[in-house]
Design a protein around this ligand. Structure first.
Ligand SMILES: Cc1cc2nc3c(=O)[nH]c(=O)nc-3n(C[C@H](O)[C@H](O)[C@H](O)COP(=O)(O)OP(=O)(O)OC[C@H]3O[C@@H](n4cnc5c(N)ncnc54)[C@H](O)[C@@H]3O)c2cc1C
Length: 409
């Protein structure tokens, strides 16, 4: 190692803190800088939903969630695997468990005890923190520039890890302003776009007023060749929820490219059209159509509302549908998505630093000694623990990369 190198880690989210931990364990002198007054604000927000740390499925299946980025993330996630992440959490006093969906959570079901224990351990290993330091690029001497409440500071660093996050939920700190600083260095960055986001649908006033906030449970959603089973939620201006997030990349690209995407909803995916036709051919008697559908096909009011919306769009009242047509509609409701919810409401960010700009240690080829990790790199994944897993794993990989770089002969 050169004489007392100083490593700057910018961004105190999961990726930056993990890089700092690896660096401190490797004997490096580390300062973590962050624009916010405290660490891990988005991590704490993730904790509000139970903190889905990772997923327990077999690694090959797990890795496929990263789509085209899979080969780029493989080595980092193999080196800091879902099992390693669980062991790490448990070493910090936070036991984990596998939920019914295979997702892994800390037993405390929140992030604050884990983050507190982690920050204590980082502090004890000599990591220093500088909050309210907003990084704004480099000066002409290559020093890091920070805006602070006391004015601008320039910092010399032997190596730097950038872990500045994406652009969703900017009030938690990651606002994507770093794009400009890196683009000025000629670094290719694919446009930051909402991932795991909701979509806009032009619901009728009646449907919106009655069903806003209601879940669609046990549905199957299809766009193109992709089908996902799960839950979705009707919002005032559209639709969101786990199954939508799982399709958000396909839906987003269609909406942004073509101006719209047709999402097909199967309300009773376990029943085929023949079985549904039999059920819906029974005597309706004096029941309202809604009551009949509820009883005969076990459809919830919001599901029936969706059928009414589809009938409205087709220009025919639902009451005029023959049993076979109703049966077909139950599992093939077309919903036209016309917009992507704004990135500041999305759970994560697609786009970021192109992998070709990074070497195998996550170092920027055009700026030697500067590494990048976490959500600011160009990968995306559905919810399910994949976002935190890749953030932690790439942070660890960048930390190891810095150690290799500063120890090179
Ligand atoms: C509501 C919500 C729920 C979520 N739930 C889950 C979940 O259960 N499971 C899961 O896997 N993922 C979840 N995520 C996603 C997960 O939180 C992120 O993927 C993860 O935090 C990304 O880590 P990161 O370190 O790359 O970036 P971040 O956590 O965003 O950290 C980046 C840090 O950089 C700092 N920063 C940014 N710009 C600058 C600058 N110019 N100068 C200095 N500092 C800067 C920010 O203040 C921030 O502290 C959730 C996200 C949200 C919004």
């Amino acid at each position: 190692m050169t004489t007392d190198p100083h490593i700057a880690v910018i961004g105190a989210g999961p990726a930056g803190l993990m890089a700092a931990e690896v660096l401190a364990q490797g004997g490096a002198r580390v300062t973590v800088y962050d624009a916010m007054p405290s660490a891990g604000r988005k991590f704490l927000m993730a904790g509000r939903g139970g903190l889905n740390l990772t997923h327990s499925e077999p690694l090959a299946q797990f890795m496929a969630r990263y789509r085209e980025a899979t080969p780029r993330l493989q080595a980092a996630i193999e080196a800091f695997s879902p099992d390693a992440l669980r062991a790490w959490s448990e070493a910090l006093g936070q036991q984990t468990f596998v939920g019914s969906s295979g997702r892994v959570f800390p037993k405390a079901f929140k992030a604050s005890p884990l983050l507190r224990a982690w920050l204590r351990r980082l502090d004890a290993s000599g990591v220093r923190f500088a909050f309210r330091h907003r990084w704004s690029g480099w000066d002409e001497h290559g020093r890091l520039l920070f805006h602070t409440p006391d004015g601008q500071h320039a910092v010399d660093a032997t190596a730097t890890v950038l872990a500045l996050g994406g652009a969703s939920w900017p009030r938690l700190g990651s606002d994507g302003v770093w794009v400009k600083c890196l683009a000025e260095k000629g670094i290719a960055i694919s446009k930051l776009r909402p991932a795991n986001s909701g979509f806009t649908v032009a619901w009728s006033d009646v449907f919106r007023d009655r069903f806003e906030g209601q879940p669609l449970k046990g549905v199957a959603l299809t766009v193109g060749a992709h089908t996902v089973r799960g839950e979705a939620m009707i919002t005032r201006n559209g639709i969101e929820g786990g199954a939508i997030y799982a399709l958000s990349a396909e839906l987003r690209e269609a909406v942004l490219g073509l101006g719209q995407a047709i999402l097909t909803i199967a309300l009773r995916p376990a029943l085929d059209t023949a079985a549904l036709t039999t059920r819906l051919s029974g005597m309706r008697g004096k029941q309202s159509l809604a009551n009949f559908l509820r009883k005969a096909a076990q459809l919830s009011p919001v599901a029936i509302g969706l059928m009414q919306e589809a009938a409205l769009a087709s220009g025919r009242p639902l009451a005029s549908f023959a049993p076979a047509e109703l049966a077909h509609l139950v599992n093939a409701i077309p919903v036209r998505l016309t917009g992507v919810a704004p990135i500041d409401r999305a759970i994560s960010t697609a786009g970021g630093i192109a992998f070709d700009e990074l070497d195998e240690h996550f170092m920027l080829r055009k700026v030697p000694g500067v590494f990048a990790a976490g959500e600011m790199v160009d990968w995306e994944a559905p919810t399910g623990g994949y976002l935190l897993q890749a953030s932690f794993a790439t942070g660890a990989a960048a930390g190891r990369g810095v150690l290799t770089w500063i120890n090179r002969s």
